[in-house]
Design a protein around this ligand. Sequence first.
Ligand SMILES: Nc1ncnc2c1ncn2[C@@H]1O[C@H](COP(=O)(O)OP(=O)(O)OP(=O)(O)O)[C@@H](O)[C@H]1O
Ligand SMILES: [Mg+2]
Length: 391
Amino acid sequence: MYAGGDMTDKKPDVEADFIHLAKVALSGRGQDVQLAVHRAAKRHRDSSPRLAAELTQLLREIPSKCSPLRRHADVPLPVDIDSRLQLMRVEEHPELDHEPVLHAAIEEQLVRLIRERRKPEALLKVNLLPTRSAIFTGPPGVGKTMVARWIARELNKPLLILDLAAVMSSFLGRTGTNLRFVLDYAKSLDCVLLLDELDAIAKRRDDKGEIGELKRLVTVLLQQIDDWPSTGLLLAATNHDDLLDPAVWRRFEAVVKFPLPDQASITNMVGQLLEPHTNKASSWAKVLGIALAGHSFSDIERDILTARRISAVMETPLDDKLEALVQMDKRSKADRIAMATALVHQGLVSQRRAHELTGVSRDTIRSRATKGDDPKSRGRRASKANLRLVR
Ligand SMILES: Nc1ncnc2c1ncn2[C@@H]1O[C@H](COP(=O)(O)OP(=O)(O)OP(=O)(O)O)[C@@H](O)[C@H]1O
Ligand SMILES: [Mg+2]
């Protein structure tokens, strides 16, 4: 509680409130001025009802430019009590640079989440409510945050993001209060709320001195998840599901496990990224679908962007830079052999080209390919487009 924030029987201190308000106003933080006025109105409601009524009226009459959701909610966006920083990001109309590539394993689950919200009557008819909460798990850069944004956009609802890693304040007790602020605020809106980086809570557990505070924080979290109304959608994301308290885990009605992209997903993503920039996009997409196995979507996006940037600045053909991506030097010998064999096996390049791209000898490629398949017939099946890529 800040100066003058005494909620006991004592008469609230108008002077202290006035000074606080002046401080906030003079530092130009419009959003915080609103909050200070709102708090003052609440605090003085009993002792000076006229003052409180006038302040409330002012808040109503002067819409805020800083808070895009003001027309939906009566309260200003929640801020940290001490730092006065906003606790969450608000995207009133979520937008995406490009569409997410959804692995077949999770696409159905995600589409169902959306459909339940679009057709609540079908559920109500059989006495069911739509899924209230879902947790996304998976390694970094596979689309957990992006998909939350995608869902909000598909549902035409604002997205509120609480980044737990950012708000885990040094005083854990305050994190609990902040969490309550945010969830209470979000509950009052028709929105999608994302608790991002939820594992940030669990990561603090190593510190023995904080166990009590952490337990309290987890209790707040559990309570808030339980109280979440089915009108909104509560999402959470983590890349350390093993660190999460099992009780937290159980609270979510759906668990969506985001895998690393498979070959088809990489090909799809690379194709989308290269399409406007080269007429060999589809051929490169197929080759990179194999070469970039094990990479996350965000790594792949970064690699392709870097290749395009270098090609633009150095005025070298994009093909050369893409080729360098296939050749990436840090691969083990075993990986290079597997890649060369797959490229030939799937009829994407000739044995000669596979040798050039991977450095694996043609003899090795031939002998590996013979073990699993007829390399000659496969090699011959390399499509014309890919043979052109091969030069
Ligand atoms: N499934 C996907 N389809 C298309 N692009 C993706 C996908 N996943 C990630 N990307 C790209 O990578 C970027 C980062 O992804 P995002 O932030 O959603 O990953 P994340 O799983 O939340 O990672 P972290 O665990 O590190 O928070 C996205 O903005 C997007 O450009
Ligand atoms: Mg994320």
